[in-house]
Design a protein around this ligand. Structure first.
Ligand code: ATP
Ligand code: MG
Length: 738
């Protein structure tokens, strides 16, 4: 096994330490996953352990697949070995033993869609107000319960017997009953039931304890309570358990991950050996130190520091863009600049905080014809809600667009099923009219159930009125009108789930798209807008051979590495997200995410932020991220930019603010207003304005200069409006600090 000699002494020590509990605690890129794969190979080839006796678990299918490949590359095969995700491992146990819990062996696994359908029936049967108690709401509470191993009764006991808890209890009970009746388990059940099998049947537990003499868990810092129990029970007999993790990379507490699992491993398994890996093989010294300077601000962590024998490498680059389009343009330009012949596009990754940020990058990359892939999420224009709203707008433009109508006829839900749609289609065909016309026939609509007919009338009414009057409305007004008057927005708001929130954010983001176009063309008409959108929406940038720039969230990038990494949106309120400011732990989790993001980079790392950002339909001044302020400035090129902006009169966000209470950028316009009270008004000739300057306009109030052209100056005002004004004519005055 030649590769083993490539390991450093600590890695080697860990790989060769096969008997007894072992904790490999190490920072990012120190070869934790590599050590684990070598350890598996060593067990098999040198110690003669059968692959059958090995269990290795991790979190994502991608990670499990990669680990399997690496092991197979080392030993050339590996039949019988379980290298799986937690869910897959539990499923295998249950396929054999679910009978113990009263399931048939061929039980089905409910995916989220099935779960929703099941819960919907229950809500209906319980005669509940489905606005207040949405299926998604119940399901998210139930999932929380299952993660904590609370059955309905225990839930009720734990959370008291008020009205709401009782209702949840009833829904939870009914849901469990329904699943059982259908011989079904949901994803949470897989983990929970596997543990139940072990608790209930000693023989079954013994079978797996004996089989899995060697157990390994990657990314142990992200295990939740049930996963922890699963592993602990299996390891109890032979205690050959090796867990690998980094407390600095725990980024799933919001999903129940318990960082204590790793911090207390030494208490859980007596005589555990701890190996710390301190050499980082992934990143240059500068990248590593920079990541360290940020994570060092977390209080609850095991102190550790990585070193590297790699050269310092380039400094980090920081770019403070004028706005989010400028940010994306810069990133695309940098990729173009560095994509030389010996580099692939797939060497570049853009890792953002929220999926909604992908849109501007997709557009900027398309503009330069750079291939890209959006991972773990859809391309912006492929997202359901975006397609829905585009369909509505297409209908306003042309009510006879049957395809568009089919898409939204039951969005939001109007109680129109597939059968009804089919009937309507037949009718339209027979009469040779469009589907929309069919829906205008009162006799037809009246024959539908009350809810459906009401919904249809409302929808056709909205589309018709905007269709007739489209010349009199701005595109953004039509857009807003559709969202409100069709009930689309409200339906999402009432779901009250993270998923719905994400969809709402994407819809708000669509408003930014419209604003962008309206900024460029004051008289933008609907057909022009639709034409431009159609082009964008249809560009198929998917590159099958994967030589494409990778776009994904920092969460999904865990465990991966890329030569060149961009972390955009380094602004308070976006990253760290404003919710993080509510609790210290929240901020620490975001900081760990920042550490994960930074340590994905092997050679070069860019951080960017935008002075003014239009996201979720709002244009706001931003403040540079707290994490930027924590960063060791000596390691950053472009620091001069921060300094310049900080000391100059144009600094919108930093003066006198550092170190104070975290700042919510969604209040940033309020902030400008507050600051304005301290500012001294002076008249300065128009030509002097620079982006970033504070200005006042008698009608629009206080704002900030975003762009200065030859004749036009663009200003974001604190009331959220964005204006293009004529230089030398518009009565703008400057605010500067004394
Ligand atoms: P993460 O915390 O991000 O999961 P990790 O600790 O699991 O990282 P790996 O992905 O295993 O780290 O390794 C990081 C990089 O370092 C990989 O490219 C790997 O090939 C390389 N590497 C690991 N150990 C060595 C070594 N001893 N010599 C040379 N390269 C190494
Ligand atoms: Mg790893």
């Amino acid at each position: 096994m030649k590769e083993l000699y490539d390991l450093n002494p600590q890695q080697r020590e860990a790989a060769l330490y096969t008997e007894g509990p072992l904790l490999i605690l190490a920072g990012a890129g120190s070869g934790k996953t590599s050590t684990m794969t070598h350890r598996i190979a060593y067990l098999i080839t040198e110690k003669g352990v059968s692959p059958y006796n090995i269990l290795a678990v991790t979190f994502t299918n991608k990670a499990a697949g990669e680990m399997r490949d690496r092991v197979e590359a080392l030993i050339g095969g590996g039949v019988g070995m379980w290298i799986l995700t937690f869910h897959a491992a539990c499923l295998r146990v249950l396929r054999k033993h679910a009978g113990l819990l009263g399931y048939e062996k061929d039980f089905v696994v409910y995916d989220p869609t099935d779960q929703k359908a099941a819960m919907k029936n229950i809500v209906k049967e319980m005669n509940l107000d489905d606005k207040r108690y949405t299926p998604a709401y119940f399901l998210s509470v139930i999932s929380d319960c299952k993660e904590k191993a609370l059955d309905p009764k225990q839930y009720l006991e734990t959370y008291g017997e008020d009205h709401k808890t009782k209702i949840i209890y009833q829904a939870y009970t009914a849901y469990e009953k329904l699943l059982k009746k259908n011989n079904a388990m949901d994803f949470d059940d897989l983990l929970l039931n596997a543990v139940k099998v072990f608790e209930k049947d000693e023989a079954a537990l013994l079978e797996y304890q004996e089989r899995f003499r060697y157990i390994m868990v990657d990314e142990y810092q992200d295990t939740n309570q049930i996963q922890y129990t699963f592993v602990k029970m299996l390891a109890e007999r032979h205690s050959n358990i090796c867990v690998v993790g980094d407390d600095d990379q725990c980024i799933y507490q919001w999903r129940g991950a318990d960082i204590r699992n790793i911090l207390e491993f030494e208490n859980d398994f007596k005589d555990a050996k701890v190996v710390k890996l301190e050499q980082n093989y992934r990143s240059t010294a500068n990248i590593l130190s920079a990541a360290h300077s940020v994570i060092a601000n977390n209080r609850s962590r095991k102190a550790k520091k990585l070193w590297t024998s790699k050269e310092k490498g380039n400094k980090l680059a920081y770019y403070r863009a004028d706005n989010e389009r400028d940010e994306a343009r810069y990133v695309a330009q940098e990729i173009d600049r560095l994509k030389t012949t010996d580099r692939r596009y797939s060497d570049f990754a853009i890792l953002y905080r929220t999926n909604a940020q992908s849109r501007t990058f997709e557009e900027a990359l398309s503009a330069r014809e750079i291939p890209y892939r959006v991972l773990g999420g859809l391309r912006y224009y492929d997202r359901k809600e975006v397609k829905d709203i585009i369909s509505y707008m297409r209908l306003v433009q042309n009510p006879a667009d049957d395809l568009a109508l089919m898409r939204i006829i039951n969005e939001p839900k109007r109680g129109i099923g597939a059968k009804t749609v089919e009937k309507l289609q037949t009718l339209a065909e027979v009469r040779d009219i469009s589907l929309f016309e069919a829906l205008l026939d009162d006799a037809v609509v009246s024959s539908l159930p009350a809810k459906a007919s009401k919904g249809i009338r409302q929808m056709t009414g909205v589309i018709q009125s905007y269709s007739r009057e489209q010349e009199n409305f701005k595109v953004s007004d039509i857009y807003e009108g559709i969202l409100d008057k069709t009930g689309y927005r409200k339906a999402l708001e009432e779901q009250n789930t993270l998923e719905a929130e994400g969809r709402l954010e994407n819809l708000m983001e669509f408003k930014s798209v419209i604003y962008d176009y309206e900024k460029g063309d004051m008289d933008l008409a609907l057909p022009d807008f639709m034409e431009r959108i159609a082009l964008l929406a249809e560009v198929d940038n998917h590159d099958e051979n994967e030589n494409a720039v990778v776009l994904m969230t920092m969460h999904s990038a865990k465990g991966l590495e890329f030569p060149f990494v961009f972390l955009p949106g380094m602004e308070d309120g976006l990253f760290p997200g404003w919710r993080a400011f509510e609790r210290e732990e929240g901020l620490e989790e975001e900081r760990r995410l920042c550490y994960v993001g930074m340590t994905r980079a092997k050679e070069r790392l860019w951080l960017t932020s935008a002075n003014v950002r239009t996201l979720f339909g709002k244009t706001e001044l931003t403040r540079e991220s707290q994490f930027l302020r924590e960063l060791d400035k000596h390691l950053v090129d472009g620091d001069a930019i921060i300094e310049k902006k900080r000391s100059s009169r144009s600094a919108p966000s930093l003066d006198g603010y550092a170190g104070e209470k975290p700042f919510n950028p969604f209040d940033s316009l309020k902030y400008v207003k507050e600051q304005a009270n301290d500012l001294l008004e002076r008249n300065i000739p128009m030509e002097d304005f620079e982006p970033g300057d504070h200005v006042k306009h008698p009608k629009f109030g206080i704002g900030m200069v975003v762009k200065v052209g030859e004749q036009i100056i663009e200003v974001a005002f604190r009331d959220g409006s964005y204006k293009k004004l004529a230089i030398g004519i518009a009565p703008l005055t400057r605010y500067i600090k004394e």
